[in-house]
Design a binder for this molecule. Structure first.
Ligand code: ADP
Ligand code: ZN
Ligand code: ZN
Length: 730
C-alpha cells in the first residue's frame, strides 16, 4: 500500500508519512495529485495537511504509521506550477513546506472547508467564446454554443429550452463551457473607450510584451507619470484576449487606491482585488474566481503571489524595488524573486515596473537576462524639477526648516501652488529628555528610546507594542522641564501651523491615515485646493500619488540614511530622493526640490542631482561587485534571540564553529554580533552573517546550516531564524 507524504502547517522542515484512509481504494490513491488536502491525526489533534508526494515505502515502521482520516479534495485545487513554486520556495528559503503550502489556500480552506460554490449555471469558456462556427459536429452542441454566446444561463433554463444535460456535459468536457454560479457578476471584459493613445515608447513595450512566448522577464523603467500603468493595462488586455489571466502585484493596496480603481474601470468585473481588509469569505471567493478562471485579472499584495490560476498568462510587479515585497518575519520570502520563479514555472512573461529599479533587477538587465523598455517622457508634464541643496549646519531651524526652505514655501504658496514637505519620522519627538538631569525615556523592553506622541499623550516604542502615558515629572529628579529632541511629523505640523497660520496643512502618515477612504479624502482635498497648501508626510507620500499642483518638494531630513550600516542604504536613499522629488512639478508648471542636509558634500546627493537614476545605480553596482555583496554574492542572516543576555550569542557561536568546518574557504562568516537593535521586546538579539559567492548548489549549504541550527542544543526559550537574501538588518 502506498504512503502519503503530507505537509502540515507546523514549523518542521519535513513531511510526515501516513497510510491512506481505510475506505480508499488503491485506484483513487494512485490518482491523487500533489496539492490535495488531507485530514490527518497529528499528536492528539486533527490537522488539515497537504499531499506533497506518494511513495511506495516509508522509513517509519509500518506498524507505527497512522492512517490519514480523509481525503478532502479529489483533484488538487492548486495548479501544478503553484505546487512546484511552493516546493521550490520551501527549499530555497529553507522554510517548512507545510507553512509555505498553507499560504496557497485562503483561511477558510486551510480549515478544511469545501471549495464548492453553487454552480447552478453554465457559461462559455474563453475557448468557447472564440470557437469558430462549425467546430461542433453535433448540431445540438453547436446550437448550445450559439445560445451561450448571447448569455450564460442556469441549467434549469437550458433544460426548458431543450438542451438536456448530456449536451451540456459534452461542451464542458470539450472545454468550451464551464459550470458557474449565476448569482455572481458575469466576468465580461468591458474595455472602456477612454484609453489614451499610447506614445511610441509605450507602444513598443506593449508590442514586444505581446510577442513574448513562454517565460520572458522585462523591466519597464520610467519615472512616475510616464505611463507605466497604461502599458500594464494594454499588455493585460492582450493577455485576456488570448484567454489567459493576469496577476498584478502592488506593494500596498491601501496606499494606492487610484491604481485599483483604474484596473476596475478598464476591466470591470473581470478584476479581483486581494487585500488585508477582506473577510475570510470574500477572500475565499476571490481565490476561487482566480482558481476556476472566472476572473481575468487579480490585483493583490505580496501574498497574492500564491493564488492558483486556471491559466496564468502574465505577471506584473509594480514598483518592483519596494521593500514591502519582502516578508520580514516567519516565511521570509521576496515576492518579486518568487514571481520571477513562478513565471518560469508557468512559462509566461513577467513585467517589472519602476521609476527606481532595484540593483538586482538592473543587474539582470545589464547581464542580458531581462528585456528593458524605457519610458523617457512624462505623459503629461514637461520637465524634471530643479534641485537646491541647503547646508543646514549652524543654521537656526524653525519647525525643522531652514530659512531657505521657509522662503521657498512662502514663494510657492503666494503663487497659489502647493508645497510638499517630506519627513520620514512619525510622532512628535524621537526622544524625551529631562532638561535638568539628562534622564531619557527608554523602552523597558527594547534597546531603544520611546517616541513622544503628544496628541495621544503617550510615549510609544516603535519597535514593540509598549506604550505609557507621558510622565508629568522626571522619575529621576522630579523636574518638569521636559525637552523633546528631534522633529516628527506631529511636531512639524504644529510648528508649521504657527509659521503659516493661514495655510491649510495636510499631514499624511500612518498616525493620521487609518484607511484607504481617509487617504482618498485627503488626496481629494489636496487636489481640489485652489489657493495653495502645505502637505507634510512620511514614506507614504513617496508612493505614486498624482498630486498635480505640487511645485515644491522640501526634503527635511534624510541624513540618518547616510550613516546606516545597511549595505542597501545608499540605494534606498537614491530611490527615496528620486521618488520624492518626482512629486514636484507633475502638472503644467515646473517644479523645484530643496534638500536639507548636514552633509552637502555627500556623493549620493551629487549623483542623484547630476545623474540619471540609472547611472547612479550602475555606480552603486560597481561598488557592490567590488565587495561581493548582492546581487554579486548571496547573503544569509541567522538571527537568535533569548531572554538570557548571553544565550543567543553562545548559540550562534556554537553554530559558527560547526559551519567553519562545513563551508568552503571563500565563504565569509561575520559575527555573531549583537543586532543593531540589541534588545527588542525583552529579548537579547544576536546575528551571524554568511556571505557566499554565487554558485550553483548554494541551497545545499543553506540546508546544512538550517539542519545544524535545528540540532544545536539551546535553552527552550531561545528562538532562531534564518533569512535568505535579507532586507532588514535591525
Ligand atoms: P505611471 O504608472 O508610470 O505612474 P500612468 O500610467 O499612471 O504612469 O500615467 C500617468 C498619467 O498619464 C495618467 O493619468 C494616464 O492616464 C496618463 N497617460 C498615460 N499614458 C498616456 C498617453 N499615451 N497619452 C495620454 N495620457 C497618458
Ligand atoms: Zn530629571
Ligand atoms: Zn520597545
Amino acid at each position: 500500500m502506498p504512503i502519503l507524504k503530507i505537509a502540515v502547517a507546523k514549523p518542521l522542515r519535513t513531511t510526515f508519512d501516513y497510510l491512506p484512509p481505510a475506505d480508499c481504494d488503491d485506484k483513487l490513491i494512485a490518482q491523487l495529485q500533489p496539492g490535495v488536502r488531507v485530514e490527518v491525526p497529528f499528536g492528539t489533534r486533527r490537522l488539515i495537511g497537504v499531499l506533497v508526494s506518494r511513495a511506495p515505502e516509508s522509513d517509519v515502521q509500518r506498524t507505527k504509521l497512522k492512517r490519514a482520516i480523509r481525503i478532502i479534495d479529489t483533484t488538487s485545487l492548486l495548479s501544478k506550477p503553484l505546487v512546484e513554486l511552493c516546493l521550490w520556495a520551501s527549499h530555497y528559503y529553507a522554510h517548512p513546506i507545510g507553512e509555505v503550502l498553507t499560504l496557497a489556500f485562503p483561511p477558510l480552506l486551510r480549515k478544511g472547508a469545501n471549495n464548492r460554490t453553487p454552480s447552478n449555471g453554465v457559461r462559455l469558456t474563453a475557448e468557447g467564446q472564440v470557437a469558430p462556427q462549425g467546430i461542433m459536429r453535433s448540431p445540438r452542441q453547436a446550437a448550445l454554443i450559439e445560445r451561450l454566446r448571447m448569455q450564460s444561463a442556469t441549467r434549469a433554463t437550458l433544460k426548458a429550452e431543450g438542451f438536456n444535460s448530456s449536451i451540456i456535459k459534452a461542451l464542458i468536457d470539450k472545454g468550451f463551457a464551464t459550470p458557474c454560479g449565476l448569482d455572481e457578476p458575469e466576468s465580461v471584459t468591458t474595455l472602456t473607450e477612454t484609453r489614451p493613445e499610447l506614445n511610441d515608447e509605450q507602444a513598443t513595450a506593449v508590442k514586444h510584451i505581446a510577442q513574448q512566448r513562454g517565460f520572458a522577464a522585462s523591466l519597464l523603467y520610467g519615472i512616475t507619470g510616464s505611463g507605466k500603468t497604461e502599458v500594464y493595462l494594454e499588455a493585460i488586455a492582450n493577455t485576456i484576449a488570448q484567454g489567459s489571466q493576469a496577476l498584478v502585484l502592488v506593494p500596498e493596496i491601501a496606499l494606492t487606491p487610484q491604481t485599483a480603481a483604474r484596473f476596475q474601470e478598464r476591466f470591470g468585473a473581470a478584476v479581483g482585488v486581494l487585500h488585508s481588509g477582506l473577510t475570510d469569505v470574500q477572500r475565499a471567493r476571490e481565490w476561487e474566481r482566480a482558481q476556476t478562471g472566472k476572473l481575468q485579472v487579480l490585483l493583490g499584495t505580496r501574498s497574492a503571489l500564491f493564488t492558483p490560476f486556471r491559466k496564468l498568462g502574465l505577471i506584473v510587479i509594480d514598483e518592483e524595488h519596494d521593500s514591502a515585497y519582502k516578508q520580514q518575519d516567519g516565511f521570509r520570502y521576496h515576492a518579486r524573486d518568487l514571481a520571477i520563479k513562478r513565471a518560469q514555472l508557468e512559462r509566461c512573461p513577467i513585467v517589472l515596473g519602476s521609476a527606481t529599479p532595484s540593483l538586482e533587477t538592473i543587474s539582470n538587465v545589464v547581464n542580458g537576462r531581462f528585456q528593458h523598455y524605457r519610458l523617457r517622457t512624462r505623459a503629461k508634464a514637461s520637465r524634471l524639477p530643479t534641485w537646491q541643496i541647503t547646508d543646514v549646519r549652524q543654521q537656526v531651524l524653525q519647525a525643522g526648516l531652514s530659512k531657505q526652505l521657509i522662503d521657498a514655501c512662502h514663494a510657492t504658496l503666494s503663487k497659489g501652488e502647493q508645497a510638499l514637505l517630506f519627513l520620514n519620522r512619525r510622532g512628535f519627538a524621537h526622544t524625551l529628555l529631562c532638561h535638568d538631569c539628562g534622564w531619557v525615556a527608554q523602552c523597558d523592553h527594547c534597546d531603544s528610546r520611546l517616541v513622544v506622541h503628544k496628541r495621544q499623550h503617550r510615549l510609544r516604542c516603535h519597535h514593540c507594542q509598549a506604550q505609557k502615558p507621558l510622565p508629568s515629572h522626571c522619575p529621576n529628579c522630579r523636574s518638569q522641564q521636559w525637552q523633546g529632541l528631534g522633529y516628527g511629523t506631529e511636531r512639524a505640523e504644529l510648528a508649521l501651523q504657527s509659521l503659516f497660520p493661514n495655510t491649510p496643512i495636510y499631514r499624511i502618515d500612518s498616525d493620521t491615515i487609518g484607511s484607504t477612504a481617509q487617504l482618498d479624502q485627503v488626496l481629494d482635498a489636496i487636489n481640489n485646493n485652489q489657493s495653495g497648501c502645505l502637505i507634510l508626510g512620511t514614506q507614504m507620500l513617496a508612493k505614486g500619488h498624482d498630486l498635480a499642483k505640487v511645485t515644491l518638494v522640501g526634503i527635511v531630513d534624510t541624513d540618518a540614511l547616510l550613516f546606516s550600516s545597511d549595505f542597501r542604504a545608499e540605494e534606498r536613499l537614491s530611490q527615496l530622493l528620486t521618488q520624492v522629488s518626482g512629486r514636484s512639478g507633475r502638472g503644467e508648471k515646473p517644479g523645484a526640490v530643496v534638500l536639507q542636509t548636514h552633509h552637502p558634500e555627500a556623493d549620493v546627493f551629487r549623483r542623484v542631482i547630476e545623474q540619471d537614476y540609472w547611472d547612479t545605480a550602475l555606480s552603486l553596482l560597481d561598488e557592490r561587485q567590488g565587495s561581493g555583496l548582492p546581487p554579486f554574492g548571496q547573503l544569509v542572516m541567522m538571527h537568535a534571540d533569548s531572554k538570557d543576555p548571553h544565550e543567543a550569542e553562545r548559540f550562534l557561536n556554537a553554530a559558527r564553529q560547526t559551519f567553519t568546518s562545513i563551508l568552503p574557504a571563500n565563504h565569509l562568516l561575520i559575527g555573531p554580533l549583537p543586532a543593531p537593535l540589541s534588545k527588542r521586546a525583552g529579548k537579547f538579539r544576536s546575528q551571524l552573517t554568511w556571505l557566499a559567492p554565487h554558485e550553483k548548489n548554494l541551497h545545499r549549504y543553506t540546508h546544512l546550516i538550517a539542519d545544524t541550527l535545528a540540532r544545536l542544543p539551546h535553552k527552550q526559550e531561545l528562538a532562531w531564524s534564518i533569512d535568505i537574501d535579507p532586507y532588514d538588518f535591525l
